[in-house]
Write a protein that binds this ligand. Sequence first.
Ligand SMILES: Cc1cc2nc3c(=O)[nH]c(=O)nc-3n(C[C@H](O)[C@H](O)[C@H](O)COP(=O)(O)OP(=O)(O)OC[C@H]3O[C@@H](n4cnc5c(N)ncnc54)[C@H](O)[C@@H]3O)c2cc1C
Ligand code: SF4
Length: 328
Amino acid sequence: MKPFAYLRAETVSDAVRACAAHPGAKFLGGGTNLVDLMKLGVETPGLLVDVSRLPLDQVTDTAEGGLRVGATVRNSDLAAHPAVRTRYSALSQALLAGASGQLRNIATTGGNLLQRTRCPYFQDTTKPCNKREPGTGCPAREGAHRDLAVIGYSEECVATHPSDMAVALAALDADVVLHGPEGERTVPVTDLHRLPGDNPDADTVVRPGELVTEVLLPPLPDGTVCLYRKARDRASYAFALVSVAAVLRVRDGRIEHAALAFGGLAHRPWRARTAEEILSGAPATDATFLRAADAELAAARPLRDNAFKVRLARHLAVDALAELTART
Ligand SMILES: Cc1cc2nc3c(=O)[nH]c(=O)nc-3n(C[C@H](O)[C@H](O)[C@H](O)COP(=O)(O)OP(=O)(O)OC[C@H]3O[C@@H](n4cnc5c(N)ncnc54)[C@H](O)[C@@H]3O)c2cc1C
Ligand code: SF4
């Protein structure tokens, strides 16, 4: 591993200042992704600014009736929080479907959002990779891409975003608060992660030196139900092949509100806006759910070995919406 300096930040402004003063410095949350990538030589920061002990470890109610989640709240604590389990169960389920108990005990909200792709070529410095080293190529396109993207990808990169939590947050319309050298700004989670385009080295819209300080969950009107489902190769300790987060409110048999996001399909959590348009105001029936899922997934362009993901996504979405309807 390349030698690096280490600094434990006591305040948000210290953390931002330290990172801004050292080009290439990285914030350290739980370290469960960053340190692994440093060991592999994929990440080579000269300075680690440890933010894991910043006073951002609380989950609190907002004045509007939503929740404010600090960036250093551990994944286990967030999943177990009573308000998350009862009001935002999709988020709790997504967190518990990720990684392992030990990892969740150390992984943070900010780090989970900004974890990097699990594309095997990205993690192997003996191979070319446009995300790791722009302009070197994308061996995944013709190579091992069974787990990779079917929608929204580009010639340059077919990687998928790995976070389960981010998919639930996308369907729940959460916002992310960022503090940087130029001040504070708020970005919807759905806009945080990028499609790869011709610069897949940028995973997100986060600017250099910007620290995630909190995630804001809006209130959910009475009668809203939600869930997260994940299909994977093993029953636990595996990233999603496909996952879905669904949020639904049905009144008198008609869909009043529907939000749907897929994981494992794209370079970012894939918010299914086309499906949502079809669902909105329609009868809450399997026929509607199928029509909506098919309309959304018509844009998929599977690679040689991953067409199964499209079928999986269709079934997961329809099952999730049917299950939620039965609960309303
Ligand atoms: C074996 C294994 C299996 C896994 N399985 C899953 C899975 O099934 N589903 C899943 O979702 N995840 C899975 N993970 C990933 C795991 O969830 C992430 O490693 C973890 O959530 C990252 O959080 P962290 O706090 O450790 O981040 P770190 O490793 O500390 O940081 C990750 C990135 O975020 C940046 N960062 C950290 N905090 C902040 C902040 N506050 N502001 C700005 N930038 C910040 C860092 O600079 C770094 O770039 C798995 C990991 C492992 C090792
Ligand atoms: S899919 Fe993206 S991350 Fe994977 S090899 Fe291609 S460029 Fe690199």
